[in-house]
Design a protein. Structure first.
Length: 228
């Protein structure tokens, strides 16, 4: 019977279609947080500065002996006139010096640059006039209406000298060759002589002293002599 024939007939086998090789899709990775932030960050307009770099150090010239008064006045005026956000640190550079008093070493502070105050500020015309009109201020170093700021190297040199003098105080007095000095400490106390050599790195002097009628070189520390 036709029906039985159809029932017993096996369905025609179909060969599986050849598989088409597909290139793997590139793996999608989420951008790193840093890359996302960089992509979203606004690009500064050409010629503009990063606000963090607008503070610079300037040298203000003051009456000698009034450096601390000027620093105090600048701080109070900055608060009173509303320009405190544009004024940073105010520095009066000092160094530690040492001298011999009554046979004892005494350390004290000395101004590195008498008559000058270093001020960190975001300079503009308004601030320039406000600082110049501060009592006992004569102006800015650099002159004109656009004072020249200190370079980073110049500022670092001042800060380094302050720090190094605190760790190793400098002798209060400085000496030059051919100066006459009196010895105030050591076995040759009360002898006088002429400086033959100055060694600033070691803070020592070679002094020619007359002993038993002969000129004899004696090496002394800066603290062991005083000028005549």
């Amino acid at each position: 019977m036709a029906d039985g024939t159809l029932e017993n007939q096996e369905p025609e086998r179909q060969e599986p279609a050849a598989e088409t090789a597909l290139a793997p899709a590139p793996e999608q990775t989420a951008p790193a947080p840093e890359e996302e932030a960089a992509a979203d960050a606004p690009v500064p307009a050409e010629g503009t500065e990063d606000p963090a770099t607008t503070m610079h150090w300037y040298i203000v010239h003051a009456y000698s002996g009034f450096e601390n008064k000027v620093a105090e006045s600048l701080r109070s005026r900055a608060q009173a006139f509303g320009f405190a956000p544009r004024v940073g640190q105010i520095l009066i550079p000092t160094e530690e010096v040492i001298e011999l008093r009554n046979g004892k070493k005494v350390t004290s502070k000395r101004l590195l640059y008498p008559g000058y105050v270093l001020v960190e500020m975001e300079m503009d015309d308004e601030l320039w006039h406000a600082v110049k009109s501060t009592p006992r201020v004569t102006g800015f170093v650099g002159g004109g209406t656009k004072p020249v700021p200190l370079t980073a190297d110049e500022v670092n040199a001042v800060l380094y000298r302050q720090q190094s003098s605190a760790e190793r105080p400098r002798p209060k007095l400085t000496f030059e060759k051919n100066e006459t000095v009196k010895i105030v400490d050591g076995p040759f106390t009360n002898f006088s002589g002429k400086i033959d050599e100055v060694n600033s790195d070691r803070n020592t002097l070679r002094v020619m002293v007359t002993i038993f009628g002969r000129s004899t070189p004696v090496e002394l520390d800066f603290l062991q002599v005083e000028k005549i």
